[in-house]
Design a protein around this ligand. Structure first.
Ligand code: ZN
Ligand code: ZN
Length: 524
C-alpha cells in the first residue's frame, strides 16, 4: 500500500480572476506553476497590484525547486518580482515568456540572483521527482504552453490558458474565432480611414500587432509605435522572429510630421484607459507626439475588462470630444477583437482528448469554477470533477483524490510597485474613510512637566463642511481633557484615545459623518 500522497495546492487564481499560482508537492519537493498578479478592484484604494500570499512557500523555502510559467500574461507572471524576492529559485519558461520575465527582473534589480531556464515544447525535463513536458497551446499570446507533469502517482495536465485555434497566425495548430478572423474587418477600417489611424490593443497580443503592421504595409501607411509596453512587445516580438517588419515601415514618432496624415498608423498603448498610458494622454491632448485631430480614427482592438469600464469610457469621451472616430468592441463594429480563451466546445474537446480521472477547474471566480466542473462532468469523459479554492490541499494517490486541510492563502496588496510597500488592511480602511468621510486633526500642546494643556487645541477638518463646528469641536476636546486625572493625562496614548472617542461622537452627532479622527500630541 502506498501511503505517500501528491499534494496540489492552489495559492491564487482559484476563486478570483488573476494572480494564478499553484504549488505541487511530492514529499520534500515542491514546484510552482505560474506566479501572477491581479489588478485591484476599485475598492482597494491606491493599491497598484495584488499578488498571492505565498506564506506556504516561504515556510517551505528549502523544498521549492523552481517556478514554471505557462505563458507571459501578467496574471501568470506579474507576481514574479515579489515572489522571487522571497524565494531565489530558478524560473522555467519558453523563450518568449522569458523575454518578458527578463525585463521584470531588470526593473526589480533581481537579474543576477535568479536563474532563467528556457524550455521548449516536446522537450522533457526533470525537477526532483517530476518529469515535465511542455505542450504547445494557442492563446492570444505567442509561445504558450500547457504542462504535462509526470509524478509518482500519475500525470497532471496543467492546460494553462488556451483556445483551440485551427488556423493560428504562426501556423502551429470552433470555437472561439481564430486570431485571423479580425483581419477582414480591420482591413475595411484601414481602407475607409481618411486621416491618421490610431490602433490600440493589448501589448502582449503579438498576433494582433502583426495584423496591424501587415495592414499598414498593404495600405501604404508608415507606423509609429508609442507607449512603453507597446514598444517593449514590438521589440521582443521582432527579436524573436514573431514580427517581420520590412525596413522603412517603422518611423520614429518625431518623424510623423513629415508624412501626410493618411499615410500614418500609430500603434499606441492604453486600451483599458490606464491613466498614464499614451492613449489616455493623447485623449486629453497632453502627449507630445500622439496628437489626435478632427477626423482621425482610433481603433480599440480589445475587450473592456470588467472593472475598467469607467476609465475606458472616459477616454472614449475625450477622444470623441476631439472629434475622432472611435471604434471599439461594443457589438456594433463587426469582428475587431477575438478572445484568447476557449469556449465551452473547446473545453469539451480537450476533456475528451485527455479523459482525465480527476478534473480540477482553475482560473476564475467560484461560479465559473463550478460551471466548468459541470461542463466537464456532463461530457461523461472524466472520473470526477473536484472544485478546490486557494489554500485547499488536494491529496492524490493513484486512485483517489480528496481535500485534506488548508494552508495560508490570500492576497497581498502592493502600493506603488515596491516590495516594501505592502499595504496593511488597516491602511486600506483608513483610505476608504478618508475618501468618503474626510479627516479631523486635533493638535494638543501639553506641558511635559505640569501635564497642563498649554494652548487652546487646534482642530482641522478636511473633506466635509466643518467650518461652523470647529469652535464647538475645540470645546469638546478641552472638556474631554478636563475629565482626565493627572495620571491619565500623563499617558498620551490615553489622552489621544479619549479625545478621539469624544470628538468622533460629537462629529457624528452634529454632521452624521464618521471621519478619520487623528489626535496629535505635541510635548512642550
Ligand atoms: Zn493568458
Ligand atoms: Zn490567464
Amino acid at each position: 500500500m502506498q501511503t505517500k500522497k501528491l499534494k496540489i495546492i492552489p495559492l491564487g487564481g482559484l476563486g478570483e480572476f488573476g494572480m494564478n499560482c499553484m504549488a505541487i508537492r511530492w514529499e520534500d519537493d515542491i514546484i510552482v506553476i505560474d506566479a501572477g498578479l491581479m489588478f485591484p478592484e476599485s475598492e482597494l484604494l491606491g493599491v497598484d497590484v495584488v499578488v498571492p500570499d505565498i506564506s506556504y512557500l516561504v515556510e517551505n523555502k528549502a523544498l521549492v525547486r523552481g517556478i514554471l510559467l505557462t505563458h507571459g500574461h501578467e496574471d501568470h507572471i506579474g507576481g514574479l518580482p515579489w515572489i522571487l524576492q522571497e524565494l531565489k529559485v530558478p524560473v522555467y519558461a519558453t523563450e518568449f515568456t522569458l523575454a518578458y520575465v527578463d525585463g521584470k527582473l531588470e526593473e526589480h534589480k533581481l537579474t543576477d540572483q535568479i536563474e532563467l531556464i528556457e524550455i521548449q515544447p516536446k522537450v522533457k525535463f526533470t525537477i526532483g521527482p517530476f518529469t515535465i513536458e511542455p505542450i504547445r497551446v494557442t492563446h492570444s499570446l505567442v509561445d504558450c504552453v500547457a504542462l504535462a507533469i509526470d509524478t509518482p502517482v500519475g500525470v497532471i495536465i496543467h492546460t494553462g490558458d488556451f483556445k483551440i485555434d485551427l488556423s493560428p497566425p504562426d501556423g502551429n495548430p470552433g470555437y472561439t474565432p481564430s486570431e485571423w478572423s479580425v483581419k477582414p474587418r480591420l482591413d475595411e477600417i484601414f481602407s475607409r480611414t481618411k486621416k491618421k489611424l490610431f490602433f490600440s490593443c493589448f501589448s502582449s497580443s503579438i498576433y494582433r500587432i502583426r495584423i496591424a503592421f501587415e495592414l499598414a504595409k498593404a495600405h501604404g501607411r508608415k507606423v509609429a509605435v508609442i507607449g512603453r509596453s507597446m514598444n517593449e512587445s514590438t521589440e521582443i516580438a521582432q527579436d524573436l522572429g514573431y514580427l517581420d517588419i520590412p525596413p522603412g515601415l517603422i518611423i520614429h514618432p518625431g518623424q510623423m510630421k513629415d508624412f501626410p496624415s493618411e499615410k500614418l498608423l500609430v500603434m499606441i498603448s492604453g486600451t483599458q484607459g490606464e491613466p498614464m498610458s499614451a492613449l489616455s494622454r493623447a485623449a486629453v491632448d497632453t502627449h507630445k507626439q500622439a496628437r489626435i485631430e478632427s477626423g482621425d480614427t482610433v481603433v480599440l482592438s480589445s475587450r473592456v475588462i470588467p472593472g475598467n469600464e469607467k476609465s475606458i469610457f472616459r477616454v472614449i469621451d475625450h477622444l470623441s470630444r476631439r472629434d475622432a472616430n472611435v471604434i471599439y468592441d461594443d457589438g456594433s463594429q463587426g469582428l475587431i477583437h477575438v478572445s484568447g480563451h476557449g469556449s465551452q466546445e473547446e473545453m469539451r474537446l480537450l476533456i475528451n482528448l485527455v479523459r482525465p480521472k480527476f478534473f480540477i477547474p482553475v482560473h476564475g471566480d467560484y461560479r465559473y469554477l463550478r460551471k466548468h466542473a459541470q461542463v466537464a462532468t456532463e461530457t461523461g469523459a472524466i472520473g470526477q470533477a473536484i472544485v478546490i479554492e486557494d489554500g485547499d490541499v488536494l491529496e492524490l494517490d493513484k486512485n483517489t483524490a480528496r481535500k485534506n486541510g488548508k494552508v495560508t492563502a490570500g492576497r497581498v496588496l502592493i502600493d506603488s510597485g515596491s516590495s516594501i510597500d505592502v499595504v496593511e488592511d488597516l491602511v486600506i480602511k483608513d483610505r476608504r474613510t478618508l475618501s468618503e468621510d474626510g479627516i479631523v486633526l486635533a493638535v494638543l500642546a501639553i506641558n511635559k512637566h505640569t501635564g497642563k494643556v498649554e494652548r487652546a487645541p487646534e482642530v482641522v477638518m478636511r473633506g466635509f463642511g466643518g467650518a461652523d463646528i470647529t469652535e464647538p469641536a475645540r470645546d469638546v476636546v478641552m472638556r474631554s481633557l478636563d475629565g482626565l486625572s493627572p495620571e491619565e493625562r500623563a499617558d498620551y496614548g490615553m489622552v489621544k484615545e479619549r479625545v478621539r472617542v469624544e470628538l468622533k461622537r460629537f462629529i457624528q452627532k452634529t454632521t452624521g459623518r464618521r471621519p478619520l479622527v487623528m489626535p496629535v500630541v505635541m510635548e512642550i
